[in-house]
Design a protein around this ligand. Structure first.
Ligand SMILES: Nc1ncnc2c1ncn2[C@@H]1O[C@H](COP(=O)(O)OP(=O)(O)OP(=O)(O)O)[C@@H](O)[C@H]1O
Ligand SMILES: [Mg+2]
Length: 307
């Protein structure tokens, strides 16, 4: 289970989800894409298909009992789609119990790879889908707004992870404080919270620190237009390590290409249409990097949030 997120809207989450799905399917894997963008589902558009009649809504609203029954054919061999809910009217809210039921059944889907296309922002739903996946990809684009959002996303995801794993009230309150920007405990980064908790309970501080070091989201830089843009990945890696204490795993970058938006406009899938372009080659590279991470998961397993 691989989640594709990044905090900001319009940075290529859906596009990359769809095209990575094609790569894995072409490598002979059974793939299901899940449009988990509850407020603005449009993954089907990135696959160039009409809105399917069956969608996640049918499952969430209990019109069908099995999530497997809303998987539709994407028109590409080995690639299935669970299209997004259309009836939440822009609201990204599903009830906690609905989310648990959905996550439980996503986990049981018959597939080698399940890719989740997340919505933007840092709502608990987005974060929980991210944290429940074996691998979580964060996409950034070379814009200050995207960087800001990705740092916020990473911090929020880690605090949310702590909140799920913690059960003692005083510490839950500290984590809830940390989630508020400008909180009065002056917690700005995961380092701050670990320091504060470590002073109160050293063993617990060590536990938080271990969770932080195993957090390890994957990073992809999209819409690269210059050699300087391509330097952004390593720079963000260093900044995250230094200021947040979060180790990112850089998968690579993807160039900006007119053929990308043209593919969306002409309702075709880039990886199927334009197999030789620089963007296509970059996406293949990212897919292979992910495959390597998946192989090591098969050997080592990975602790993830089980809601
Ligand atoms: N590498 C790229 N080169 C050129 N255009 C791109 C690239 N990546 C994405 N785009 C363009 O950006 C648009 C937005 O991409 P996409 O819908 O995947 O973003 P998103 O992060 O899923 O947004 P949202 O949060 O709104 O769901 C695409 O329609 C595409 O035209
Ligand atoms: Mg999207």
């Amino acid at each position: 289970m691989i989640a594709v997120g990044g905090g900001k809207g319009g940075i290529g989450k859906s596009l990359l989800t769809a095209n990575l799905g094609v790569c894995f399917a072409r490598s002979g894997k059974r793939v299901v894409l899940v449009d988990a963008d509850l407020g603005g589902a449009n993954l089907h558009t990135c696959l160039g298909i009409d809105l399917p009649a069956a969608s996640l809504s049918d499952f969430v609203q209990r019109r069908v009992a099995n999530l497997e029954d809303v998987v539709v054919d994407s028109g590409i061999d080995g690639l299935g789609l669970i299209s997004g809910a259309q009836d939440f009217l822009g609201s990204a809210n599903i009830k906690y119990t609905q989310k648990l039921r959905t996550l439980r059944q996503i986990r049981r889907l018959q597939a080698d790879v399940i890719l989740l296309d997340l919505g933007s922002g840092t709502s608990f739903n987005v974060l929980d889908f991210f944290l429940s996946s074996h691998l979580g990809i964060v996409i950034i684009v070379p814009e200050p707004t995207s960087l800001e959002n990705s740092y916020r996303f990473l911090r929020s995801a880690f605090y949310r992870l702590l909140h799920h794993r913690e059960s003692a009230r005083p510490f839950l309150e500290i984590i809830e404080q940390a989630m508020l920007p400008n909180n009065d405990k002056a917690i700005r980064t995961p380092h701050d919270i670990i320091r504060l908790v470590g002073r109160m309970d050293p063993e617990r501080g060590d536990r938080y620190r271990a969770w932080l070091s195993s957090f390890r989201p994957l990073l992809v830089v999209n819409q690269v237009r210059s050699p300087e843009d391509a330097e952004l990945g390593p720079a963000v890696l260093l900044a995250c390590r230094k200021y947040l204490g979060i180790e990112l795993d850089l998968l690579g970058h993807i160039d900006y290409g007119d053929n990308v938006w043209q593919a969306v406009r002409t309702r075709t899938v880039l990886m199927m249409q334009d197999v030789e372009s620089p963007v296509t080659q970059r996406i293949w590279h990212v897919a292979r990097q992910i495959e390597k991470r998946m192989e090591s998961l098969e050997v080592a397993g990975r602790e993830r949030l089980k809601l």
